[in-house]
Design a protein around this ligand. Structure first.
Ligand code: HEM
Length: 166
């Protein structure tokens, strides 16, 4: 990788990673409160129209962050990932990178299914108009972005520590 390519990969990596956190913050502090407040059919419309776009954006941002992170990591360790175990830099990147990659895998394999099943359940309980059950389902849906936000903050702290303090 030439120096220019390395710069492009780093810029892509930082923008994608930080945007992913920004998206999760927006989900937690804008979209979920709106979903909690919405009534009846509005809630279903929000869940079935807005949330699929949100999900796809997270797939794109998380995918770019993980792929470019892996490329940077292999470049810096000269294709010898085990060399990372010999430095603080390497440990920070390995722990942060593993957390980020696990979150992305979780997003791909679990989150889409959970969202769909919550939407289906919501459609079902809305018929019975049981608000307690609806709130419980929405709380369940809110758990993933809350945990995701904490994990992404930890990843970014680890990556900045690696880049500037290790
Ligand atoms: C998935 C979520 C991720 C986020 C949010 C993220 C975030 C960041 C940020 C903000 C930086 C820039 C640090 C700075 O220059 O101050 C960085 C650097 C870096 N990241 Fe990630 N990252 C993620 C995943 C990964 C993965 C999966 C790897 C692969 C192991 C990785 C490897 C790297 C490397 C090698 C650097 C450069 C460190 C240096 O310049 O010394 N990242 N990351």
């Amino acid at each position: 990788m030439s120096t220019e390519l390395l710069l492009v990969a780093r810029i892509l990596h930082v923008i994608a990673g930080v945007s992913w956190l920004g998206e999760v913050v927006t989900i937690n502090f804008v979209l979920l409160p709106a979903l909690f407040k919405a009534r009846g059919d509005d809630r279903l419309v929000l869940l079935s129209t807005v949330f699929p776009y949100v999900f796809r954006l997270a797939t794109a941002l998380g995918g770019i962050a993980v792929a470019s992170g892996l490329a940077l990591f292999l470049w810096y360790t000269r294709l010898d990932p085990l060399a990372a175990l010999r430095s603080h830099w390497g440990w920070y990147i390995l722990i942060g990178g593993t957390l980020g990659a696990l979150l992305f895998a979780f997003h791909l394999f679990q989150e889409s299914g959970a969202e769909r099943s919550v939407a289906a359940h919501l459609a079902f309980v809305l018929d019975s108009d049981d608000t307690g059950q609806v709130q419980a389902l929405l709380k369940h849906l809110a758990l993933f972005p809350r945990l995701g936000m904490l994990v992404l903050i930890a990843v970014i702290i680890l990556m900045i520590s690696a880049a500037h303090f290790a």
